[in-house]
Design a binder for this molecule. Structure first.
Ligand code: NAP
Length: 168
């Protein structure tokens, strides 16, 4: 059976997702949601997002929750000491190596853009964060994802946000 391909992303009011290699807001509930969605699952991510994620987990001393991370890079020599990390050299190769009932694409912008352009995305786990966070990296247009499967509002440290699950 074809796996469901899902994107997990948090966007600000103008679809910004990152600034200087990091996510420019801190919403604990969103990080918990990410952890719960990816725990024991297969995730695919760009090399830059992988590096910022490793930095975050190393700093917090928490284990990375997914069962397998497939990192996309052009670097044929890319190496990691972690057992649950594999390398792929395109999104197609990553998807071939990531067979599961649902596979999660975690970004960043380059990988999101390629996945949306390829028309392979079945579901978006979206967090809409209120405000303009001066991002330098953006999420592509997702207006074709019109079907709302669930919706929940939240607020943390004066930041308002909405969790949405969307399909086409
Ligand atoms: N708000 C959110 O939910 C969210 C989620 C994820 C990331 N982000 C943010 O997004 C930003 C990072 O995004 P980004 O677009 O700069 O980087 P990225 O997509 O994470 O990684 C880009 C890298 O992926 C590799 N790559 C991309 N396409 C490839 C292909 N077709 N074949 C082989 N390798 C390929 C290249 O690695 P090599 O250079 O090694 O070849 C490229 O430099 C950060 O600010 C991060 O915090 C935000």
């Amino acid at each position: 059976m074809k796996p469901r391909i899902s994107l997990i992303v948090a966007v600000d009011s103008i679809n910004g997702i990152g600034k200087k290699g990091k996510i420019p807001w801190h919403i604990k509930e969103d990080l918990v949601r990410l952890k719960n969605l990816t725990k024991g699952r297969i995730v695919i991510l760009g090399r830059k997002t992988y590096e910022s994620m490793v930095w975050y987990y190393d700093r917090s001393g928490r284990p990375m929750p997914a069962k397998l991370y497939i990192v996309i890079t052009h670097d044929e020599e890319h190496k990691t000491a972690r057992e649950n990390v594999k390398t792929a050299h395109s999104l197609d190769e990553a998807l071939e190596n990531g067979q599961d009932e649902e596979v999660f694409i975690l970004g960043g912008a380059q990988i999101f853009q390629q996945a949306i352009d390829m028309g392979i995305v079945d579901r978006l786990y979206l967090t809409q964060v209120e405000g303009d966070f001066n991002c330098d990296t953006f999420f592509p247009d997702y207006s074709e994802f019109k079907k709302v499967l669930s919706e929940k509002n939240g607020e943390e440290n004066v930041i308002k946000y909405k969790f949405l699950v969307l399909e086409k």
